[in-house]
Design a protein around this ligand. Structure first.
Ligand SMILES: [Zn+2]
Length: 575
């Protein structure tokens, strides 16, 4: 970020709280401590927990000052909840140079020897202060031995010693230690509260800034007052001239955030399976400076918000109530199923890491969007595969697909509903730009539906599938495969699905071809039939007899076999 041209305005330092009144959002802690100080029942040990940036270390130092403040006139004899900030102990503690207040980071000093040093020191009275205060940060990092050593001291601490522990991972602190501490959970500061705090501060500093800009900063700071102050500092530095108003757009650009309304546009288009439009939107955002990672994060927040709307209509959050976006979000939430939203969440979560680790995040981001469009409405892959392997007899569960998706999205659903074996043109419209392709069977079915029998036969007999995902297929061709197979397939897939496909050839490996799989299934069927006692009896009785067909009688009683030409009906008559 740009360096601040106004160094006197380092808000984060200027407004670092030095007493409890400056600690915003931690009222519970302040109330409890106030009561304890007032009644003279001050615990021997405090445990401060909370995520990074909520002010644990700051609070620990304020506690140390509260315990040791002697007042401006040096006459105070009791701890106070309102340390003066000017007496020698107050000043030296906030500058981390008070001999009686020791700060230690357990992350770097975890061993028993480090703790032994403390245990030894505990026996001696403070040099100058009222209390010896040991502040141990990240206390959960201490070794087991170190905890045990500490425990003895905690059980019977000398009256002049206080411990203040801080940790981000309270679960890793032994219960034996926890039970001897007064525990405070420092909470993340609510973004609304943080925005109010920033607004008051901006007014005090005579900084003009839009309310929406403050809201953006507060949200980006994720509950940390310190982070919000440094962001505000940066925003001030970013806005060239003194007196200019800091706009939400400027802050958004500074934070690399995408416009929320446009993120919603993208999500709407993806759920409507309009991939080209969604990708075009993404490109616009990217060209305007949006960070692809931030786009995925915003999409995640969008999905989270929509899901919340689903379970609790009227929920507030990512899209501000009353705004146009909020209304659109509500409409979108009504259209999508919880299953679809959950799946979108999973795809985006996975995509988040891919985009973060990608050498070219924008490409990874595009792939995530495409996957989202093609995957969000599908039932879980395992279920889909099973349906297809089962011959697609089981209808697609209604709940899995969006009952009212905003645009026609037939292919995947109708494919598994009608059964891939008997894929008929009637249920696979030729104009299926958003056909979702998940398996080789799907592609063969597409070929059948689009009147490409030669390619279909090739797909069934000559393709040893290595890998398949929307937009990419890799296979090892059978020795007899036509040379043009890969090229033909790429062209046809593009025509049928409306998206570019990369078709690559592997020199070996891959799954058995569809025909081989079918043959194997048939053989298995014959073998199991041959084990039937009646059949065995017949075969034994008539040497030279062989099984030429296995029919599912119960089924054919109901629906007589249809002539179906493509030779893959379950029943087979001997030739
Ligand atoms: Zn003081």
């Amino acid at each position: 970020m740009a360096p601040s041209p106004a160094p006197y305005r380092v808000l984060a330092r200027k407004y670092r709280p030095t007493d409890f009144t400056g600690l915003i959002g931690q009222e519970a802690l302040v109330r409890t401590l106030s009561n304890a100080f007032a009644s003279g029942r001050i615990a021997h040990a405090f445990m401060l927990t909370g995520v990074r940036g909520v002010g644990k270390t700051t609070t620990a130092r304020i506690i140390a000052r509260a315990l040791n403040c002697i007042g401006p006139d040096g006459r105070r004899t009791e701890p106070t909840i309102q340390p003066c900030g000017v007496c020698e102990p107050c000043v030296s503690i906030s500058e981390s140079r008070n001999v009686d207040v020791q700060e230690m980071d357990a992350a770097s000093r975890t061993g028993i020897d480090d703790i032994r040093e403390i245990i030894e020191g505990v026996r001696y009275a403070p040099v100058a202060a009222r209390y010896k205060v040991y502040i141990i940060d990240e206390v959960h990092m201490l070794s087991k031995q170190a905890f045990n050593g500490l425990l003895k001291t905690l059980e019977e601490p000398p009256p002049h010693v206080k411990f203040v522990f801080a940790t981000t991972e309270i679960r890793k602190v032994p219960v034996t230690v926890l039970s001897r501490c007064q525990r405070f959970d420092l909470r993340r500061i609510d973004s609304e509260e943080l925005a109010q705090y920033l607004a008051a501060l901006a007014e005090k500093e005579d900084v003009k800034i839009e309310q929406a800009a403050l809201a953006l900063i507060a949200r980006a700071a994720e509950g940390s007052a310190r982070d919000s102050l440094s962001l505000l500092d940066q925003a001030i530095a970013h806005t060239g001239d003194e007196g200019d108003i800091i706009t939400a757009a400027a802050v958004r650009a500074m934070l690399g955030l995408a416009d929320r309304g446009r993120v919603l546009d993208i999500f709407e288009k993806l759920m409507g399976a309009d991939v080209p439009a969604a990708l075009a939107e993404l490109k616009d955002l990217y060209d305007a400076g949006a960070d692809p990672l931030a786009v995925v994060q915003d999409l995640l927040e969008t999905v989270h918000f929509l899901t919340r709307l689903k379970v609790a209509p009227g929920a507030q959050g990512f899209f501000d109530g009353g705004s146009g976006e909020a209304g659109r979000a509500a409409a979108l939430a009504a259209q999508l199923s919880v299953a679809a939203l959950t799946r979108a969440w999973q795809i985006l979560m996975k995509g988040l890491f891919e985009v973060r680790d990608a050498t070219r995040p924008i490409l990874a981001c595009e792939m995530v969007l495409i996957r989202l469009a093609y995957g969000a409405e599908l039932p879980p892959t395992g279920k889909l595969v099973k349906d297809l392997l089962d011959g697609g007899a089981a209808p697609l569960p209604r709940g899995a697909a969006s009952p009212s998706a905003p645009s026609p999205r037939g292919p995947a659903a109708s494919m598994s509903a009608s059964g891939v074996r008997a894929a008929q043109p009637a249920v696979l419209p030729q104009e299926a730009p958003t056909a979702r392709v998940r398996s080789l069977e799907d592609i063969a079915a597409l070929a059948a539906a689009n009147n490409a029998p030669i390619l279909r036969v090739a797909l069934e007999n000559y393709v040893h599938l290595v890998h398949l995902e929307p937009g990419r297929i890799e296979f090892c061709p059978h020795a007899r495969a036509p040379r043009t197979l890969a090229g033909d397939l790429a062209q046809k897939l593009k025509d049928w699905t409306g998206m570019r496909w990369s078709v690559s050839i592997a020199s070996q490996g891959g799954a058995p071809t569809l025909a081989e799989q079918k043959q194997a299934a048939k053989t298995a069927r014959f073998e199991s039939a041959a084990q039937e006692p009646m059949v065995r009896a017949v075969l034994d009785r008539f040497p030279g007899a062989e099984i030429v067909s296995v029919r599912d009688i119960a089924r054919e009683d109901i629906t007589p076999a249809m002539p179906d030409g493509d030779g893959d009906s379950e029943s087979e008559t001997g030739h």
